[in-house]
Structures are given as C-alpha cells and as structure tokens.
Ligand binder design. Sequence first.
Ligand code: NAP
Ligand code: ZN
Length: 341
Amino acid sequence: MKTSMAASEIHGLAAHAAGAQLVPYKYEPGPMQANEVEVRISHCGICHSDIHLIDNDWGLSRYPFVPGHEIVGTVSAVGAGVRDRAVGQRVGIGWQADSCGICEWCKQGEENLCADAQPTCVGRNGGYADSVRVNARFAIPVPEVLQSENVAPLLCAGITVYSPLRNLGVRPASRVGIVGIGGLGHLGLQFAKAFGAEVTALSTSTDKEAEARRLGADHFVNTRDNGGLKKIAGSFDLLLSTVSADQDWPALVACLRPKGTLCVVGVPPSPIAVQAFPLIAGKRSLAGSNSGSPQDLHEMLNVAARHSIKAITERFPMAKANEALLRVKKNQVRYRAVLAN
Ligand code: NAP
Ligand code: ZN
C-alpha cells in the first residue's frame, strides 16, 4: 500500500480582486479532515463559471480567489476515516467538494441539492493549483480508458448537460436542442446523441457547423440568422441553454413542442422574461439544473467511457492560465481550455 503524505503548502493561482489577473499564490491547507482526500492535480478545465467567479458576477466571490472545479489528478493522501479511496488512484472532482451528508437530499443521493453544499472553489481554494482537498465522496474514480485531459471538462461541463438529459427523461423519441456550442454545449451534443435523441445545435458561430454535426447534431441552426428561430418553432421536447449571455427567451420558448422544457444551465446576466401564455397553452416548462450528484457523476463517466465521449480540448500550462481565460472570454476556444501541471 502506498503511504499517505499530505502537503503542508499548496501552490496555486489566485485573483486578488474582481476581474484581476491570476497571480501565484500559496496557502497552508492545515490538518487533513478524517473524510478528506488530497489530490495532486494533473489537469483542470476552465469552465465559464470560473470567469463569472473571477469577475464576481454572482456576488459570491471572496479574494484571494483560486478558481477551478474541473479537476483530474491522483490521490496523494487520505484522511483517517476514508476507506474507499486509495493513494495513487486517479479521480475527478467537479463543482462540489462537500455536503452535510445528513439532510433528506444527501440521504437520497442528491447531494447537489443540499442546502450546505460546498462548491469546490467558492469559500474554498480550487483547482488552478498543484493540489486540492475535498470530501472523498466527491472525488470520483475515473475509468481507465479516459484520458485525463479530455475527461477533466466532463467533471463540470459534462455532468451539467448529462444530468438534465437523464433526469428530464430524454429517450430515442426525443427532439433535443442544445443552445450554445461551447464547453458545455459540445458535450451536450455528444450525450444527447448517446441518449438516442434527434439533436439540433443552435449556435451564433457558423464555423462550428461541421464539428457540431460530427459530434452528433442532426441539424444546425444559426441563431443570429434573421428568422432562424422562427423556422424551428414548435420543434423540441427539450431545449438546453448553455449560453452565458442574454437571449431571445420568448423565441426559444416558442421553439418548444407541447409539454416541452426549456432548461437553463448557462447563467445570463439579466432575469429571464417570458410570457405566461405560451407556457400555459402548451403545458411547457421553464427549468434549471445544477451540475449533478456524485451518483450521476459516476454514471456519466461510465457512459462517456462506453460511448467514447470526450471533450475537445486546447491545452495550456497552468502558468498560462490568464492567456487561456482570455481566449475563453473571446469565445475562441474549441471547445474547452484545460490547464496542465
Ligand atoms: P463557454 O465555453 O464560454 O460556451 C458558451 C457558449 O455560449 C459559447 O461557445 C457560444 O456558443 C455561446 N455564446 C457566448 N456568448 C454568446 C452571446 N453573446 N450570444 C449568444 N451565444 C453566446 O461556456 P461554458 O463553460 O460552456 O459555460 C456556459 C454557461 O454555463 C456559463 O454561464 C456557466 O457559468 C454556466 N454553467 C452552469 C453550470 C450549472 O451547474 N448550471 C455548470 C457549468 C457552467 P456559440 O458560439 O455556439 O454561439
Ligand atoms: Zn463549471
């Protein structure tokens, strides 16, 4: 058995004010908790939520702020009470690092709904670093066939699209639209295809059409095309919006079939205003979804392994995180930037 050796100092990158560049930062993690693992990070994806948090778009950020919640690495130390993770094991960590473990949601395996859920990089130091500590339950073993660089983005982007497809009952008869073909969206196309749905990519970037089709889209709609959305009115059972900008919400609701759902996972800056009548008349729903439970994370990684689903990545050394963040902000990355140690 490999010995457990917890770090006395963790080296990462932090923003010291809203919107600031990341600079080297070190902190002492203190004694290991009994239920924790420490993970030596090999890769960490850049999720658009990291940018929202650096910029304090949600009013949640505390500085110094170490971003990062699409982590893959190797367990380097385990707490005294951890029985089911071992030093040397490869694991992935997503948005959530801990939960209370005793509320009704934790008990039924929906820890992502726990009122005391602790995000990996809110009120804690995240994965743009050499190591991170989390509750062992949130360090998910990664199937051997998946490459660390391509699997890191699945830990947040992947589960955030997988979870609504699964939990809103997508099946081969379903017509699914994925709005925004970025980090989340390009994985949404692949998972929606794996669920057997007829898949449409809705995008502002016409240069993404060929790739979107290769990833599983049967149709491609340019949302900037005047009247583009009108042509597909009444088309979808599920529309999954992954866009971080305001959109024409009434036009998207009009794209739903009766009983269809517009599920929002991207976080636009303004409130979402839609008329009640199109929801009432067609019994349509407006829904949200947050990341996913550890149970869904296990399942999603297995599905990815069996269906060869992976993130298309651009790799940057950890030290070039600021450059990578700028490319994400400009919507230039195809399709997920991943930092490597
Ligand atoms: P991303 O890689 O930057 O992709 C977002 C995509 O949205 C872009 O590639 C682009 O796709 C489209 N887009 C960007 N700006 C747009 C604009 N002004 N108008 C229309 N479309 C635009 O971001 P991501 O990492 O996928 O994250 C997307 C959003 O999901 C963020 O708000 C993030 O915080 C949120 N998120 C939520 C959860 C959750 O649990 N609910 C989890 C992770 C992320 P096209 O080029 O195809 O138009
Ligand atoms: Zn994320």
